[in-house]
Ligand binder design. Structure first.
Ligand code: NI
Length: 196
């Protein structure tokens, strides 16, 4: 479907694992119009309701290269609000490694440590199509560096649980089954379950 006729949902609703949309590669945004900006505002409403620090469009079943962040909502580290919209984002010049315990609104009550790039340049467009660039460095205090990598993965159908080693995966296995059972009960479908 050409972008011009893309209809954003009237009321975006959070989807959880194992909804198959979470595994789809999202399509680039080519039209920067009021409908896009309205959708972004709605993403913030969903994220605030769910008490998240980031939310990607696929998490409300919209397979578009859009995510939002509000890194100052991090528990215990609250600061001046800094809501951001990231469209068609990419990472350049990744450098170093860092480890952080992540969670995801699409995986309620699951947390695990993930290895990420420590530092990189983020390149993206804002909701008006303007290109933006920023160096993010986790070791230098940019929690946003973690959030951006996590959300960017969502646009490629990659999920934080994909990074876990066997020991870590075994620790969340039971909780994943619970989410799979809940999804099957509500939809009658298995969804995109992780076999490991
Ligand atoms: Ni997530």
């Amino acid at each position: 479907m050409p972008d011009e006729t893309f209809i954003y949902p009237a009321e975006p609703v959070l989807v959880e694992y194992p909804h198959p949309v979470l595994r789809k590669k999202a399509a680039p945004v080519t039209v920067f119009d009021d409908a896009l900006r309205r959708f972004c505002r709605q993403l913030f409403a969903v994220m605030e309701l769910e008490k998240g620090v980031g939310l990607a469009a696929p998490q409300v079943a919209v397979s578009k290269r859009i995510f939002i962040t509000e890194h100052t909502r991090r528990k215990g580290h609250e600061g001046e609000p800094d809501p951001r919209v990231w469209i068609n984002p990419r990472i350049e010049d990744p450098d170093g490694e860092t480890v952080f315990e992540e969670g995801c609104l699409s995986f309620p009550a699951i947390y695990s440590k993930v290895i990420r790039h420590n530092r990189f340049t983020a390149v993206w467009q804002d909701e008006f199509g303007e290109e933006r660039r920023q160096v993010l460095d986790h070791a230098a205090g940019d929690f946003l560096a973690i959030v951006v990598q996590h959300e960017l993965d969502h646009l490629d159908g990659k999920l934080f649980v994909d990074y876990l080693n066997d020991l870590q995966f075994n620790q969340i296995r039971k909780r994943l089954r619970e989410l799979e059972d809940a999804y099957r009960k509500t939809t009658g479908r298995a969804g995109s379950v992780i076999r490991r």
